[in-house]
Ligand binder design. Sequence first.
Ligand SMILES: [Zn+2]
Length: 67
Amino acid sequence: MDTEPRVCDLCSLPVIPPGFPLNTTGGLKVFCCEGCQGIYAMLHEAEILAEDVPGHAEVPDLPHSRK
Ligand SMILES: [Zn+2]
C-alpha cells in the first residue's frame, strides 16, 4: 500500500491521519489542523464540495385542521 505520508495542503506540515480532510472539486485535500482547513476553505470557497447536505427541510406551515 501507499505509505507516503500526507502533508498539509496549506502549510505542508506532515498530517497525522486522519487529519482534517476537505472535499474539493480538485480532489480530497488534507490538512494538519482545523485552522488550515478553515483557511483553505475560505480561500477556495468555490471549490469546496459539501460533504453532507443537511436536510434543511423547512416544515411547511400547514394549517391546523383540528376538529
Ligand atoms: Zn497545515
